[in-house]
Each structure stands twice: as C-alpha cells, then as structure tokens.
Design a protein around this ligand. Structure first.
Ligand code: GUN
Ligand code: FE
Length: 418
C-alpha cells in the first residue's frame, strides 16, 4: 500500500462555518484516499514537502458550459433570455464544426487544468461528437468530470435544435460512446424546460432512471424565464414541480441557480435530495438576482458553488466564494434582512465539501475522502501582515486578492496533474 504525506499548512472544512487547520502538518494518504491529518511525520510514508504553502482540498465547479468559455467576459449587458438568443445559441451552434471545437475546447481544458477546480459538472452542446471530443481532452488532462451532451428540441434556432426522436437517438449514442472513458462520466443534460418538450423530458428521465445516471439542468434563474415556464407547463404547481413531474428531480440531479425558488420548491428540492449549483457571478452578470443561499444552508439543501461560465466570467472558485459572500450581503441589506450574509468559512465549505459531495466523498481531509489536494503559494503575494495572520485568514486574503493564481500543485485522486 503506497502511503504519502503532504507536509504544509493544512486548511479544510467539515461543516459550514467551521474551519479546521494545522500549521506545518502532515496530510497522510494511502491508496489515493485520505488516511489522516497528523502533527508528526508518519514512519513509512514518502514525504511531499510543501512547507510554508497552503494545502486545501480540491474545489468543485458543479455547473459550467465549456463551449461558452470562449466568450467569458463578453456580452454582459443583457438578461438571460435575450443573452441566450443573441450570443449563447449562435456561439454554441459553431460546435457542429469539430475542428472549431478542438480549438475552443483545447483552450478551455488547458485553463481548467491550471485552475483550482479539481472536478466539474459540465454542459457541452447538442453536438455528440464535439462533446465526446471535450471528454477526451478532459480525460487526457486528468480532470474527472461529469459531461453532458445538451438536449434541446424547442424554442431554439434551427442550427441549434434537434427533433425529439433525433435528440433521444443522439443521447443514446452519446451514452454508448462514453463507455470508452475511464475518468469522464456522462450526465443527462436537458438544457431547461423552455428548450425541451415534455416528450423529450420524459424520454430523458426514463434513460436516466434505467441507466442510473445523474441529471443537470437550470431552475428559477430569471423572472421572465419563470413566467415562461408557467405558460409552457400549466399542469405544474411550479418550475421545480414541472421537473419533478417529468421525473427529473432526484438525489442525482443538479439544478443551476434557484434564484427565484419559492418555499414549496425549496421543500421539494430538499425532499428529493437534489443539488443547487449556486452561481453568484452569473446571477449578477445577467441581472438574475441573488439566490437565498443562507436558506439553502439552514434547510440542509445540498448546495455547491458554480461559475456557470459564461454567465460567470471567471473560472475561479475562489472568485465564486467571494462573490457568494458579497452578493449575500446585498440580498441581506436590500431584499431580505432575515437572511444573514455568508462568512468565508461557509463559502469555502460550499466550494469544497458542499459541491464535492455530488461526486462522492470529496472536498475534505476527513478519512476516506478522495485525495483531491491543492497546494497554494501565498508568501510572494501576501500582505506585510502575513506573519500575524491565522491560516484561514491567509486563505481568505488569497481568495480575495489572487483568485486566478495557478496552484503550485494539484492532485486528483492522488495523481499529480499540475
Ligand atoms: N438557461 C438555459 N441555458 C442557459 C445557459 O446557457 N446559461 C445560463 N446561465 N442559463 C441558461
Ligand atoms: Fe448554466
């Protein structure tokens, strides 16, 4: 059994709001799984010496769109529905061209590899072959992800649309082809209710249930979208209820955004064990609003952080932590004084163990968790107060000041990928 010990300044969270940390400690892993955190070097382990550096668990981006990375930082002056029509759909249509996809996805995967994200749940496009290519590139980079071929058969431009039968056939072909991957896993990905007929949704739900697959989609992001769904699904009590009645809401479902969820929808998410992908940057950029993330935490709804690139312009989960905190303050001050703002340890929990739990036992240094480990260098970019700071304060400073800095090392399942 190969044992290794990472020596450095260890910080992690096991519950929201409660940092655990150990300066100059040893994180012992065996068989690529966390064994213990120790003050002393274990006798029989290979030591990886990262003294003076911050060592944290992997961070997890539970909702993003790989084809949109090329325009992250552009087109920020519209709300969701016109942004989709004017920019997103025409951009995604370009991925029918596999050589274009190779160029765009090559750059995306290179940047994701050098980011603080250990694993992600990713939307491709409706194009099966481009999406498979994305999975090959992620596999080559050593990033284990859930990747979905997007399904859409209504309210979409002709060059980014499938008919229902074709969408089901292509989904099945996609799933069959993904069996060649070791690290990459497929996820059933109906874009959102406005893009998918009830018939397609029911077919996808049957496939997900029969093949025991996870599902990802969008829920309650924008007020016009919510109104539209009321018209499209007059038989439902709410947007969340529509997904539920179509068989798509379970403990293996990620719903992005949930900005405008009502109490009944939150109860339903909680009951089903579904995951909320809180995407604070995107929600500000597209003027969607601020999700009631404090309520999600208080209710024990499964919640993680997400960039929602290219609604979010940054790939950095540190940036998502600080945007989650900042936006929660605005909601508290301007909209809802009963919802206390997030503090840094809670935001860190959401990006690590919170979202990580969607992938399994991930995002913490508790025994039995996957050896997803990030090593950060902060001394050269720190404040003159550096020597007075606690370890969580050093991490907070890093998150606010250098969110895009490349980690000095990144391990996923104990494998070094940078
Ligand atoms: N809802 C449906 N599609 C999308 C998308 O691509 N981005 C965001 N932010 N919301 C969506
Ligand atoms: Fe999205």
């Amino acid at each position: 059994m190969a044992r290794k010990a990472f020596r450095g300044d260890l910080v992690w969270t096991e519950r929201p709001g409660d940092f655990r940390f150990l300066e100059d400690g040893f994180l012992v892993i065996s068989d690529n799984v966390i064994e213990s955190v120790s003050e002393r070097a274990p006798d029989d382990a290979e030591i990886l010496d990262f003294r003076g550096r911050i060592i944290i668990p992997g961070l997890y981006d539970i909702h993003m769109h790989a084809p949109q990375y090329m325009f992250a930082g552009l087109y920020m002056d519209e709300e969701l529905l016109t942004w989709l029509d004017h920019h997103t759909f025409p951009s995604e249509a370009r991925f029918s061209d596999i050589s274009f996809a190779e160029k765009a996805y090559g750059r995306f995967v290179e940047d994701l590899k050098n980011s603080v994200t250990a694993r992600a749940s990713i939307f491709g496009t409706i194009h099966t072959d481009s999406t498979l290519l994305l999975m090959s590139l992620l596999e080559e980079a050593g990033l284990p992800c859930f990747v979905g071929k997007v399904s859409m058969d209504r309210n979409s431009p002709p060059d980014l649309s499938e008919n229902t039968e074709n969408a089901v056939e292509e989904e099945l072909r996609f799933l069959k082809e993904t069996s060649r991957f070791t690290l990459e896993k497929p996820i059933v990905t109906p874009r959102f209710i406005p893009s998918c007929t009830d018939d397609l949704m029911r077919n996808l739900s049957d496939i997900a249930r029969e093949e025991n697959l996870p599902v990802q989609s969008h829920l309650d992001e924008n007020q016009s979208e919510v109104e539209w769904v009321k018209e499209l699904c007059p038989w439902s009590r709410s947007y969340a209820d529509a997904y539920d009645k179509l068989g798509l809401l379970s403990g293996k479902t990620i719903m992005a955004h949930c900005v405008w969820v009502n109490d009944e929808e939150m109860e339903l998410l909680k009951e089903r064990g579904a995951w909320v992908a809180h995407s604070p940057s995107s929600n500000m950029n597209l003027s969607s609003g601020v999700a009631p993330v404090r309520k999600f935490l208080d209710m024990g709804i499964n919640t993680g952080l997400a960039t929602d690139v290219a609604g979010g312009s940054s790939l950095s989960l540190f940036r998502m932590m600080t945007d989650a905190i900042t936006s929660s303050k605005l909601r508290w001050r301007l909209q809802d004084s009963s919802l206390r703002p997030l503090v840094f340890s809670e935001a860190f929990y959401l990006a690590s163990r919170g979202g990580g739990s969607f992938f399994g036992k991930m995002g913490s240094f508790e025994p039995g968790f996957a050896a997803d480990i990030l090593v950060l260098e902060d001394t050269s970019v720190s404040t003159v107060l550096h020597d007075e700071l606690s370890l969580p304060e050093r991490l907070e400073y890093y998150a606010y000041r250098t969110p895009d800095r490349r980690p000095v090392a990144k391990f996923v399942d104990g494998r070094r990928i940078i």
